[in-house]
Write a protein that binds this ligand. Structure first.
Ligand code: UD1
Ligand code: CA
Length: 449
């Protein structure tokens, strides 16, 4: 059975205390909305509909950027979760399969859990995802009748007895799309919040003689984000999962709790990630690479056998081929470093190509920016760049060429040539002693005055 995803993302999220709508706040460098949509994609959903409301245009743009095939509908007034789901009905009118409702602010439900719900649909017309939180707080309560779900009661409307129930509603609901919309059309708003509750469809289904069931999951999956505090907890939960996944995939993490991943970080087997490494979005690290302590990587690729850091910064467009060495206090941006090249100390390489086995001396800077335009530096195979070379781009250093330490290179260097671009040294015999003597005498005089 095909399953469409309906993602509710219309709320403002007042408790976030933010100008930005809640679902666009990020965990692991991706908006909450993207995490919810990813759970659906993992399930193989052929269709997804995002219900936007507050800042609908920003949410629409984000949704389409995450998945150009998603549909975005607008709920202009937030009249409740059932009303929100109803907005997706026209988009799914011709859809013959199931629908699963997910909240964009509860985006960490595992694909396995959604699959278990799809499976449970074989036995029940409506399946609800429940959980037993340490503190049931103000969640809706699942009222069971034997193994079946009888109804869901919202906290505001619940009696003392019902509030004592520990099994809570996560908000995730699955049913045949057609039935879901039919039941929703019967939902009223005669309740404490005067809202159209999606949760009412359980009792409505039961009234028709249909059965409802519950699949349960761990509290960590249904973690809802309502405040900055929740967002921080969601980040922590995401990181804990990402670390476990990396370890399970054969990556060595010497101090897992100090390594931070992005939503899309890919690390190969037998790679070693030392303590305090931070991954921004868009990083792939191949098998056997070593990322030493305190390095920061984003938008880059590190090939097999490369060693990065400690204290290195790889920015977007940094591509390290096999066996490259990038050492301490080195920054690399939009640059391709060919196999076996070494950039070991205190260097900035931006908008550049570095040939195989080239050696970049300490303190080298590609001067890539003239204040308006960016320019490229090309360094040939086996070139040797002396320490403290300024490469004023656009500039090319040929294969096997050298630059003298301290050079400012403003013109191309032919293959095999040595470029000297610095003032000639002059020695003045005895002048240092004389100068020092004068300065010390001056200081003595000041003390006496
Ligand atoms: C809802 C459930 C409750 C459950 C809880 C779990 C209902 C009536 N209650 O309560 O049983 O325990 O979630 O977190 O469903 N939204 C819209 N449009 C609306 C209203 C809500 O898009 O008109 C979205 C919100 O942005 C949010 C989600 O739906 O992402 C849930 O809405 P919220 O108002 O937070 O529901 P709860 O009161 O938490
Ligand atoms: Ca909520």
């Amino acid at each position: 059975m095909q399953t469409a995803l309906i993602i509710l993302a219309a709320g403002q999220g007042t408790r976030m205390q933010s100008d930005r709508v809640k679902v666009l706040h990020e965990v692991a460098h991706a908006p909450l909305l993207a995490h919810a949509m990813a759970a659906g994609r993992a399930l193989g959903s052929p269709r997804s509909v995002v219900v936007a409301g507050h800042q609908a245009e920003a949410v629409r743009a984000a949704a389409l950027e995450i998945d150009p095939d998603t549909e975005v509908v607008e709920q202009t007034e937030q009249l409740g979760t059932a009303h929100a789901v109803a907005q997706a009905a026209p988009a799914l009118r011709d859809f013959g399969g199931d629908a699963i409702v997910l909240y964009a602010d509860t985006p960490f439900v595992r694909p396995e859990t959604l699959a278990a719900m799809a499976e449970a649909r074989k036995d029940h017309a409506v399946v609800v995802l429940g959980f037993e939180p340490a503190d049931p707080a103000r969640y809706g309560r699942l009222v069971m009748q034997g193994d079946d779900l009888d109804r869901i009661v919202e906290f505001k409307d619940a009696t003392e007895q019902e509030r004592a129930i520990g099994l809570c509603n996560s908000g995730v609901i699955a049913a045949k799309a057609e039935l879901l919309f039919e039941l929703i059309s019967e939902v009223g708003n005669d309740n404490a919040a005067q809202e159209y509750y999606l949760t009412d469809i359980v009792a409505l289904a039961r009234a028709r003689g249909l059965s409802a069931g519950v699949v349960t999951c761990d509290e960590s999956e249904t973690l809802g984000v309502n405040s900055r505090n929740d967002l921080a907890r969601a980040e922590a939960a995401f990181q804990a999962r990402a670390r476990d996944a990396a370890l399970a995939g054969g990556v060595t993490l010497t101090a897992p709790e100090t390594v931070f991943f992005a939503h899309d970080t890919v690390i190969g087997r037998d790679a070693v990630i030392e303590p305090n490494v931070v991954f921004g979005p868009g990083v792939t690290v191949e098998s056997g690479a070593i990322i030493r302590a305190f390095s920061h990587l984003e938008g880059c690729h590190v090939s097999r056998g490369a060693v990065v850091g400690p204290y290195a910064r790889l920015r977007p467009g940094a591509e390290l081929s096999e066996d490259v060495r990038v050492g301490n206090f080195v920054e690399i941006k939009n640059a391709q470093i060919a196999e076996g090249a070494k950039v070991n100390h205190l260097t900035y390489i931006g908008d550049a190509g570095v040939g195989p086995r080239a050696n970049i001396g300490a303190g080298t800077v590609t001067c890539n920016y003239d204040g308006v335009f960016k320019h490229r530096t090309e360094i040939g195979a086996d070139a040797f760049i002396g320490s403290d070379t300024m490469l004023v781009a656009p500039v090319t250093v040929g294969a096997g060429a050298m630059t003298a330490s301290g050079s400012v290179i403003t013109g191309d260097v032919p293959d095999g040539a040595l470029a000297l671009g610095r003032a000639r040294q002059q020695n003045k015999p005895g002048l240092a002693e004389k100068l020092m003597g004068r300065l010390r005498a001056q200081k003595e005089q000041q003390k006496r005055d």
